[in-house]
Design a protein around this ligand. Structure first.
Ligand code: SF4
Length: 461
């Protein structure tokens, strides 16, 4: 694992003809957030139709599947397996038929009390069909004695803890809910067509750009939106406690997205500038590790005056490769993806910029390929602080013992990756780049998790 791995992407399209096509293009734009599986539910006027399978968006959907998903409301999901197993049973949307009728849901995030709730529900007679934490929500809704789906959902949300961006389709209604901490991003946009106005809700605003939708605002932390009869009703279900995932700015989100109201590219560039202010190194060129290191390397080069060079080229067509156990094959995997340009690197003192260090193996490989290409010196700069704690909010991370920065000193890490020097952006530098660290989760850098996030409602009482 080179990175903290992406979470998932969700999208909901309401009040637009051929909503499935718009949801499809949105999922396509957000493919970077999950490549294991994809799926969609559409209300066709009579029933909710669902299609989902393992694979990339372009593998799961085709002209014929999309033509069968007709309707004005569609919800969609790209899955990266953070909870549950990597099987088509665990692909989303999750559909159920209960006493109030049909319901289908997509979820981005991880529930921290799903295990406790699942055990309780199982003892009470619930039968689970998947390993997904999201299924717990459907069971809580089905068991609620309230008289409308809306009220059942509200009741279910009171029992769950952790990170969630949820989009439900209930026949002619779409309901959106975001957790009180606003951990994962969720934006609201407006779609104008010849036939009127519709709405889109998506994990990242890059989905809006593709459709020509207008960004309206973020869905608030703790807010519920109900789309019905061509109107939106907003209810602030929980008081917002803002604890937004700062890692969205470092790696997850696409640079062309607005996340938590800010442009990702500008923040990444500022991280590079801040790193240049914190860490001055004599060198000949600044080289990014593509693609995520590009904006910060550009920022570093602009601030330091050292020339920016694309000294490493990424092969974009490698796709998913199997996990190899042999070290030599693993090294080949890095080489398959990243190749240095010898003519740029040879004889130079190189600053190489990457976004983060997880186990250190990829950094070591990058330093090695640069040295093999003839670099005189290699200085590894990281545009985020050292990652020292795992994430429990919907991001796939290794255990603390596997995080090299949690178990080794900075100099030990430098020796392991064989760089001439190694520097990380400070926590203060990260806060300056983002504007402030107030209202952000940075638990993977400082180990400070949300108080009460692991407790169920009963425990809190
Ligand atoms: S620990 Fe917090 S900042 Fe780190 S990836 Fe998870 S949610 Fe994001």
């Amino acid at each position: 694992m080179k990175h903290w791995n992406e979470e998932c992407a969700v999208v909901g399209v309401y009040g637009v003809e051929n909503a499935s096509w718009l949801a499809y293009y949105s999922l396509f734009a957000m493919q970077h957030r999950g490549q294991e599986a994809s799926g969609m539910s559409v209300f066709d006027g009579e029933a909710i139709q669902t299609h989902k399978a393992q694979g990339l968006v372009c593998e799961v959907f085709n002209q014929s599947t999309l033509s069968n998903l007709k309707g004005n409301i569609a919800i969609g999901h790209n899955r990266y397996a953070t909870a549950g197993k990597n099987s088509s049973l665990d692909a989303q949307p999750l559909y159920a038929r209960c006493s109030l009728g049909e319901i289908s849901v997509v979820h981005n995030g991880n529930l921290t009390n799903a295990g406790i709730l699942r055990e309780r529900l199982t003892q009470e007679g619930s039968i689970f069909q998947s390993f997904l934490d999201t299924e717990v929500i459907l069971h809580l809704i089905a068991k609620s004695k309230k008289e409308s789906f809306e009220e059942c959902i509200k009741e279910a949300l009171k029992s769950i803890r952790g990170a969630y961006c949820l989009i439900f389709v209930l026949r002619d209604k779409m309901i959106v809910a975001r957790d009180p901490y606003g951990l994962r991003p969720l934006s609201l946009g407006k779609i104008k067509s010849e036939k009127g106005e519709g709405y889109i809700v998506a994990s990242e605003s890059c989905a809006f750009d593709l459709l020509g939708a207008e960004y309206v605002r973020d869905v608030n932390a703790g807010e519920m939106l109900v789309f019905h009869n061509d109107k939106i009703t907003s209810t602030q279900l929980f008081s917002p406690k803002d604890f937004k995932c700062i890692f969205e700015y470092i790696y997850f989100a696409r640079p062309d997205s607005q996340v938590f109201g800010k442009n990702v590219y500008s923040i990444r560039k500022e991280m590079g500038r801040e790193l240049a202010r914190e860490c001055k190194i004599e060198s000949d060129i600044v080289v990014p590790v593509p693609d995520s290191g590009v904006p910060s390397a550009l920022g570093y080069a602009l601030e330091s005056g050292i020339p920016f060079e694309l000294g490493i080229i990424r092969n974009h067509y490698v796709g998913r490769t199997f996990i190899e156990s042999e070290q030599s094959i693993r090294e080949l995997k890095v080489k398959l993806k990243l190749n240095p340009i010898k003519e740029v690197i040879e004889g130079k003192r190189v600053i190489v910029l990457d976004d983060s260090v997880v186990r250190g193996t990829t950094s070591r490989q990058i330093v090695k390929i640069l040295k093999n290409a003839g670099a005189k010196e290699v200085h590894l700069l990281i545009s985020s602080p050292p990652t020292i704690s795992p994430c429990f909010y919907g991001v796939d991370t290794p255990s603390k013992q596997e995080l090299i920065c949690a178990t080794h000193t900075l100099d030990e890490v430098r020796k392991y990756v064989r760089a001439d020097s190694l520097h990380f952006l400070s926590l203060e530098g990260l806060a300056k780049s983002v504007g402030s660290n107030e209202g952000y989760c940075q638990a993977c850098f400082d180990g400070k998790y949300i108080e009460n996030c692991f407790k169920s409602e009963d425990e809190e009482e």
